[in-house]
Design a protein around this ligand. Structure first.
Ligand code: URA
Length: 169
């Protein structure tokens, strides 16, 4: 459904749960999730429990296909409410499915990256989905640039200090 800090200043939105996410009930816990955690730590100096992570679709579409319009329509009100409750300062759309469905556009990730976009008056930054980066690592540099923009929008240093250790308890 989603997880993280309910008072997070940044919210990441992916596509839909994959097989591992479906099994565990947690977003981004598979290979793409591991890369997302690395991006958070290295480019933002944050642990995953310091941000909020959600998906456009709350259930895994059959055969891992992208969610269809009626499935998105069924799930979008829940995501909207998540955004209203968390009230992040910045939303990051991971990949085309998140960006197109949140923003109501058919534009490509390439066209949307670097643009000044908003959802419910909250700035939205579009970047590559980590699963895509696993297949096309040459695009990691662009994700680094996108995350620098997120840091700027959050009023944080572009190159963050090291990630604080997880607190005991
Ligand atoms: N990919 C997504 O888009 N979301 C997840 O939760 C896991 C993989």
């Amino acid at each position: 459904f989603g997880e993280g800090d309910p008072q997070a200043r940044v919210m990441f939105i992916g596509e839909a749960p994959g097989a591992q996410e479906d099994r565990t009930g947690r977003p981004f816990v598979g290979a793409a999730g591991q890369l997302l955690e690395k991006i958070l730590e290295n480019a933002m100096g944050l642990r995953r429990d310091q941000v909020y992570i959600a998906n456009i679709n709350k259930c895994r579409p059959p055969d891992n296909r992208p969610p269809e319009a009626d499935e998105v329509a069924a799930c979008l009100p829940f995501l909207r409410r998540q955004v209203e409750i968390v009230q992040p300062a910045v939303i990051v759309c991971l990949g085309r499915t998140a960006a197109q469905n949140l923003l109501g556009t058919t534009a490509s990730t390439t066209a949307l990256r670097g643009k000044d976009l908003t959802y419910l008056d909250i700035p939205v930054v579009v970047t590559w989905h980590p699963a895509y980066l696993l297949r096309e690592p040459a695009h990691k540099r662009e994700t680094w640039d996108d995350i620098k923009r997120v840091n700027r929008l959050l009023g944080r240093p572009e190159v963050p200090p090291p990630t604080p250790p997880r607190q005991a308890g």
